[in-house]
Structure formats: structure tokens, C-alpha cells
Design a protein around this ligand. Structure first.
Ligand SMILES: *Cc1c(COP(=O)(O)O)cnc(C)c1O
Ligand code: SF4
Length: 330
């Protein structure tokens, strides 16, 4: 049963929301009052209720719905789209560790997310083989010890905030004990899709750590950022967390200058700095979201003409083998 009223929905814990997410097209169709086809896919449908609540009823082209709805096109073979477009499997240096760029080390903490975004570049990632388990900490520590250039640890996934706070608190403490590490970055969509995630337990370890904490959240459209998300972001900012946003440029979701400009202003209201606007990684099953590079560059050029410079995200593409994300020439 889907709770119908706002307040009932928002009083539940984040764990409750993880358990009560929408997991099939029929329930989604019923909740939104539209017809949806069931599509066979190995990447299941997953939509938590606080996110569902922001999708317009009766609109099959709602930009939030399009991010989470499996469509038949996912099963079409597309030239140039592959299962591991970023060749991450060649860059794993041990369980959970992906080290591509100097100075920062990325750790895949869990394969689980609170929402399944259809365009996700890790939708085929063999998480069970590579995610970090507790016993792997020794090898992460050894890896960092042998490379003094590393100053930042990035927790990624999946969504690292799926981990319980006692585990995250332990991990933050362990990372803090490595004196070469000054920054801890967390790549997470949870404060957006289930803002209840930012609770007292989370804020307790966040306030305790001496590391500079940076949260990179992920929103693609201003409609994702409702007042509950705003409250969650305010809590994090009060705890001295630096908050950045990354988006993916997605066909029919945010590929027009009005939508992108509105997103930047909304982020600014929340005190979140736009960081990256990613061109789609060419992952199998996501070709129907692709926006050509020239169109993306044109959109960001127009954003520059309308926004303060600090609200224009960097348009980037990840190129396997490059030493950083590649900025697209505007
Ligand atoms: C994107 C990414 C990072 C972070 O890059 P920044 O440009 O510092 O945000 C780090 N490691 C890996 C493997 C990445 O894919
Ligand atoms: S939350 Fe991030 S990692 Fe998870 S499915 Fe969405 S894009 Fe992928």
C-alpha cells in the first residue's frame, strides 16, 4: 500500500523507505494513473516513495519518471554502447579500489542504490566481485600507504549512504587515522531521493570527523529538489559539509537551457554548487538518453549567457585512460 498523504510519507525512516520502494511497472503505473508496459531487464525498476511523490500524475513524459522508467529501447543493441564503457574493470587495484586519477582514490563501498537510474554507467558493474567488505580495509590502507600523493578518499558505489551509520562512522575514523588523507568525499543520490537519510545518526559522525567532508549529490532536474531535500541539505550545511551537485545530460529530461538554468538556480537556493554536467557514458541500455556532444556544448554556452559563472557546471565526459574527467570545448 502506498501512503497517500505527504506527512505520513515523510515521517517514515529512510530504512522504511528502502523497504517500501516501488519495484515494478504495475505499481508505478497505478500510483501515477498511467499505463506502463512491463519491460524485461536485468537492472530492476526501483523508485522510493519520496521520489515518486515528486513525479507528476498522469504524465508519461515527466522528467523524473523518465529517469527511472525501464523502456523497451533498453534491450535494443546500440553501436558504441557497451557494458563497461569506462573500462573500470581494468582500473580496479584490489577489492573495491578504483584508482584512475592522481591524488584521489575511489572506493566502491556497496552495489546497492536507493533508486535505479536507467542511464547509470555502472548498471552492469559486477559489484559482488568488487565492493568493499570490512576485511578489505587492510588492503585499502596498504594501497594508500604506498602512494603518498593520495589526499582524498571518495566513497562511491552504488550509493555509500546505503551503509549503516555505525559502519560509515568507523570507516570515517579509519580514514582519518591515515594522516595523509585530508578530504573525504561521498558520491550519493540518497539525500535527494530519500532525504530522510540525513538523520541524527548520520549527522553525529559527520560532525565528529576532522576530515574535510564533501558530499557530491546527484540531481538532474529542479523538480527533484523539494522542501524535504532542502531541509536535508540545510542539516548537512550546518554540519560544515561542502555540497556539490553532479548531473547527467539526458535526452527529454534536462536537454534544454531553461531546465538546466532552473536547476542551477534551485541548487544555488539550497547552497549547493553545480559541479559537473556529464555527457552520457555509453553504457548498453542507455542509448535513448544520449545527447550529442555539440548539442551539450551549445546548451552550456547558452547557460553561460544567462547565469553567474559560479552556477555554470563544467561539461565533462569521461574518457578511458585520461588522467582526469575531460572538459568539453564550448
Ligand atoms: C570521477 C572520478 C573521480 C573524481 O574525479 P574529480 O574530477 O576529482 O571529481 C575519481 N576517481 C574515479 C575513478 C572517477 O571516476
Ligand atoms: S544512484 Fe548513482 S550509482 Fe545508483 S543507479 Fe543512480 S546513477 Fe547509478
Amino acid at each position: 500500500m502506498i501512503p497517500r498523504t505527504d506527512s505520513a510519507l515523510h515521517d517514515h525512516s529512510w530504512q522504511w523507505h528502502l523497504q517500501h520502494s516501488i519495484k515494478n511497472a504495475n505499481d508505478l503505473a497505478e500510483a501515477l494513473g498511467i499505463h506502463l508496459d512491463e519491460v524485461q531487464t536485468d537492472f530492476p525498476l526501483l523508485v522510493p516513495l519520496p521520489y515518486l511523490n515528486r513525479i507528476a500524475k498522469g504524465d508519461p513524459m515527466d522528467p523524473l519518471l523518465l529517469q527511472v522508467l525501464p523502456r523497451k529501447a533498453e534491450n535494443d543493441p546500440s553501436i558504441g554502447f557497451s557494458k563497461d564503457p569506462l573500462m573500470e574493470l581494468q582500473h580496479t587495484q584490489g577489492p573495491g579500489i578504483i584508482h584512475k586519477y592522481r591524488g584521489r582514490l575511489l572506493i566502491v563501498t556497496t552495489g546497492v542504490c536507493a533508486v535505479n537510474c536507467r542511464y547509470c554507467f555502472r548498471r552492469h558493474f559486477p559489484y559482488s566481485e568488487f565492493q568493499l567488505s570490512k576485511k578489505d580495509w587492510a588492503s585499502v590502507k596498504a594501497y594508500i600507504d604506498q602512494d603518498p600523493s593520495i589526499h582524498e578518499v571518495i566513497l562511491s558505489g552504488g550509493d555509500p549512504l546505503i551503509m549503516p551509520d555505525n559502519r560509515l562512522g568507523e570507516l570515517a575514523e579509519a580514514i582519518e587515522s591515515l594522516t595523509q588523507i585530508t578530504n573525504l568525499r561521498i558520491h550519493t543520490r540518497l539525500p535527494v531521493v530519500i532525504p530522510q537519510r540525513v538523520n541524527e545518526e548520520l549527522l553525529t559522525w559527520v560532525r565528529q570527523t576532522k576530515l574535510h567532508l564533501v558530499f557530491v549529490i546527484h540531481a538532474n532536474h529542479a523538480y527533484e529538489l523539494d522542501t524535504h531535500v532542502e531541509a536535508a541539505i540545510n542539516h548537512l550545511r550546518s554540519a560544515n559539509v561542502t555540497i556539490l551537485n553532479q548531473s547527467v545530460l539526458l535526452k527529454n529530461v534536462n536537454d534544454d537551457v531553461g531546465t538546466l538554468t532552473e536547476l542551477s538556480w534551485r541548487l544555488s537556493q539550497l547552497g549547493v554548487m553545480p559541479y559537473y554536467l556529464h555527457l552520457l557514458d555509453k553504457v548498453a541500455g542507455a542509448a535513448h538518453y544520449d545527447v550529442p556532444d555539440e548539442i551539450g556544448a551549445g546548451l552550456v554556452r547558452q547557460m553561460r549567457g544567462q547565469l553567474p559563472g559560479y552556477l555554470v557546471p563544467k561539461l565533462v565526459r569521461e574518457i578511458p585512460g585520461a588522467d582526469a574527467k575531460c572538459e568539453i570545448k564550448l
